[in-house]
Design a protein around this ligand. Structure first.
Ligand SMILES: [Ca+2]
Length: 462
């Protein structure tokens, strides 16, 4: 798609930079500050680490330095309760769907164009129907055959058939670990159906994006190539979600490297791929190419793969199948869980971290180019937002156009309706998904909820 000319992936020098994207006006709902469970650490615990060098080798290995640690990872225990100390920024994973249909109404840069016909009724009654049991399901996507594929955090990927969960078609269990927030974190399929992508942390805890060939509609799990590797300093905040955008490009959400409060100050640092949304064309080159229209390709010192920055742990993000809008749910430190909603082609957006946590100042003052969240909630008894999808299925007409999300600690399935950059309605849909780590969207637009405790459920009308 729109990847016109591409720039070969390679590295430049280091040097901070900043973009000048204008943040759109968005509903800034302020909230009360809460004590929150996870301690909000300061940023300077690591003086001297500001100079991070991102070395992107031709083999596409991004190197960084990092440190401090703090938040705990999500554990696969039963759902639970809120405030524990760890934070959930659950690990990442792949979200569901992958390639989105080509743009139908591509939206223009400024104002998101909501489908005029959408008028969700959030009072609708829904229910969760169990469709599979796994050990620790964390991600899913629509496979080349149209079936849903589900990822076990420990490294295996299985098709979901009418007869239940099928045998693993890919097994990465000898490459990854599940300590901290690590594991297999995200999966997606190339727009042309030729490759299956798996995002996981390796034995060293680094982010790895691997591509498995798809032959005649079948995934070949016996061989793969490494598309990109990113050094991850801490076990938490790995991000790891991977989605194919409406432009056919691969988007990869990467956390700030971990620790608490972004000790590396990676969020605002364009010289590191940490704390950013990366965008690459994995099929145009070997191992990939950087789209020439990425926002920082000409900025000295900036990592050219960066599409947007200022993110803490974009555990889950998705594109609306109809409007193409990008919804990024960014896990907060201890006060604010947020949802950012922008047009899919808004390049170079600065989502604020760690100067900002949601609409609150965190380690500095609000940058001029800050793109504030469209929605945020007080972390409080909850702990870590799990972003979902804008519902585009047919089973529950009342939800069409509503964005569903949850929280790892509380598990309630909630929805917001965003129109013109503002939240016009929100509600708790009245069902609980357990330790919700991901939503998955199937080929028909129906949504599934993954409970890290083991249950995979489909959201159905009650
Ligand atoms: Ca933000």
């Amino acid at each position: 798609m729109s990847g016109s000319d591409k720039v070969p992936a390679q590295c430049t020098e280091i040097g901070p930079g900043r973009c000048s994207v204008v943040g759109r006006s968005a509903a800034r709902q302020v909230a009360r500050r809460s004590a929150g469970w996870p301690p909000a650490l300061g940023t300077n615990s690591l003086a001297g680490m500001n100079l991070r060098a991102a070395s992107l080798s031709l083999t596409a290995v991004l190197v960084l330095a990092a440190c401090a640690a703090e938040e705990p990872p999500p554990d696969p225990e039963p759902p639970a309760a809120a405030e524990e100390d760890g934070a959930p920024a659950p690990e990442t994973t792949g979200e569901p769907d992958e390639e989105l249909p080509a743009d139908e109404g591509s939206v223009e840069q400024e104002e998101p164009e909501p489908e005029p016909a959408d008028d969700p009724d959030l009072s609708v009654q829904i229910t969760l129907t169990e469709v599979a049991q796994m050990t620790s399901p964390v991600a899913g996507t629509v496979g080349p055959d149209g079936a849903l594929y589900l990822a076990e955090r420990a490294g295996t990927i299985h098709p979901l058939t009418e007869d239940g969960l099928g045998d693993a078609v890919i097994d990465l269990s000898d490459r990854t670990t599940t300590d901290g927030e690590r594991g297999l974190l995200g999966i997606a399929v190339a727009e042309d159906g030729s490759e299956f992508y798996a995002s996981y942390t390796d034995g060293q805890g680094d982010n790895v994006l691997a591509a498995f060939p798809i032959q005649d509609g079948a995934i070949d799990g016996s061989t793969d190539r490494t598309v990109m590797t990113i050094e991850q300093p801490q076990s938490n905040h790995n991000g790891g979600d991977v989605q194919i955008g409406p432009d056919g490009m691969l988007y990869w959400g990467i956390g700030d490297g971990g620790g608490g409060g972004d000790p590396l100050e990676a969020g605002q640092d364009l010289s590191t791929p940490l704390g950013a949304m990366l965008r690459i064309d994995p099929q145009a080159g070997d191992p990939y190419e950087v789209p020439s229209d990425n926002p920082f390709v000409d900025l000295d010192g900036a990592v050219p793969e960066i599409w947007a920055y200022g993110l803490r742990n974009p555990w889950r993000f998705s594109f609306d199948r109809v409007t193409d809008e990008l919804y990024i749910a960014d896990v907060g430190q201890s006060d604010r869980e947020e949802v950012n909603v922008v047009d899919h082609d808004l390049a170079g957006a600065n989502y604020g971290w760690n100067l900002m946590e949601g609409t609150m100042e965190f380690a500095g003052s609000e940058p001029d180019d800050h793109v504030p969240p469209v929605f945020e909630y007080e972390t409080g008894a909850r702990c870590s937002i799990t972003g979902g999808f804008v519902y585009r299925g047919e089973a529950i007409p009342e939800l069409v156009g509503a964005y569903l999300y949850s929280d790892y600690c509380d598990g309630d399935i909630r929805a917001i309706v965003v129109q013109d950059g503002e939240v016009v309605d929100e509600a708790n849909l009245g069902v609980n998904g357990g330790q919700v780590v991901s939503f998955v969207q199937d080929a028909d637009g129906e949504l599934y909820v993954l409970d890290l405790g083991g249950t995979v459920s489909r959201i159905d009308p009650s």
